[in-house]
Design a protein around this ligand. Sequence first.
Ligand SMILES: Cc1cc2nc3c(=O)[nH]c(=O)nc-3n(C[C@H](O)[C@H](O)[C@H](O)COP(=O)(O)OP(=O)(O)OC[C@H]3O[C@@H](n4cnc5c(N)ncnc54)[C@H](O)[C@@H]3O)c2cc1C
Length: 413
Amino acid sequence: MDHFKVLIIGGAITGLTLAHCLEQAGIDYVLFEKHHDISANIGGAIGLQPNGCRILDQLGVWDRLKQFRNDIGDTVTHLPDGFISIYPSSWYQAMLGYPVTMINRTNLLGVLHTSLKYQDRIKVGAKAIAIRPSSTSNGRLSVLTEDGQHYHGDVVVGADGVHGITRAAMWQMADLEKRGVITDQERNSMTIDYACIIGITEPAAAVTQIMKPERLYGCDHPHAFWLVSPNTDHTIIWVVVTKLDKTYIHPVVPQWSKEETMARLDLLADYQLFRTIKFRDLWERTPSISSVPISPTYTETTTSLTESAQVMQSKLANLCAASYRTTRVHALETFTAWLLARYVMRIISKPVCFLNIKTMAAAVTLEYLPLPDRVIRASARRARAWRKWKTILRISCIVLVGIIGGGCLSFLW
Ligand SMILES: Cc1cc2nc3c(=O)[nH]c(=O)nc-3n(C[C@H](O)[C@H](O)[C@H](O)COP(=O)(O)OP(=O)(O)OC[C@H]3O[C@@H](n4cnc5c(N)ncnc54)[C@H](O)[C@@H]3O)c2cc1C
């Protein structure tokens, strides 16, 4: 497509993935990232779900991630009373062709960045400071960067995270068109209840003997829970999610100094993570940590949107609500949450896995790119598995009806 240009603000997972999508579609773009080194960006491990891996495969990125991935075979949950439950995740690989995998955020960003074809379209150290309607004929919008450069394009995509400038700029433009169209409810729709502290540890041998790669450990405690991902290179990435003192409304975000973060971690040091391992065993050997406020709540808004945007908004709202509920269950916020984590999850884990596979199989793919062979093979395996389960179900029903019918007949006789 000639002369059509997309301006992407933000060079992390969303922005770089979009850049790949545009390159594959032959659409011109410029990407702005405020940091000078994209892959030196901070963070811990990112969990990729099979449907996300499928998109990366379509984009030709998946195989390049192989050496950095920690594919999850089992998810292990540990509760404060010592209860341990193991949920196998290997079904995902078999049924969808891709695993649930953990990958160091910097490695993921590095591969996404370096595998782009047009490196000159990536502007690093370029902080976008304003988005305006363009006064030239080079496109409908312009992005102004901190160094005074103007870039013109037809579409601006905000991939600048929850604290980025794009949302504010959209609100400002919408307000100019029709005053009050963005309601106070929408402006205050993002709330923050939890903070997430992330670290990468080189643990003692005693820890690596107990916590194994290919397992993702979830350790639930009241108002705090951990995700611990041991890597094949003997490092361990840990994430602790803790409840904040109150609900904050974006953009008021609690910022902790290094000392405050350390003090919070110190309070959590004696929490048991798994068997004999305490959190102290990990964080005392962690050279650097980062903390990010997380905002799982998002209230559905009533602003008039196009039909497709409404569908997307509704999906996002459902996703945020589900993520908020999951966070509350893992942080054992209520007695019901504890019951769910302790008893119910164990019973429903297989049907949930089944439903997840169904949802992920039907999730979005890039329609303009061919599906990789492993998707086609997995789809055939799924069809065979469904047929097998249907046959088992039918035979079980016939046997059950036979037993009940036989019982009734012998009773009547
Ligand atoms: C520092 C950090 C660490 C994280 N660590 C983890 C983790 O360990 N595990 C996990 O599961 N999730 C983590 N997340 C969250 C996760 O990365 C995001 O939720 C998710 O991947 C969404 O990615 P994104 O690309 O949309 O936005 P983000 O990851 O938030 O990235 C936004 C990008 O936009 C850039 N940017 C912002 N404003 C401007 C601007 N004005 N001009 C130019 N560039 C701009 C930022 O520098 C950043 O690179 C982290 C997020 C951040 C910001």
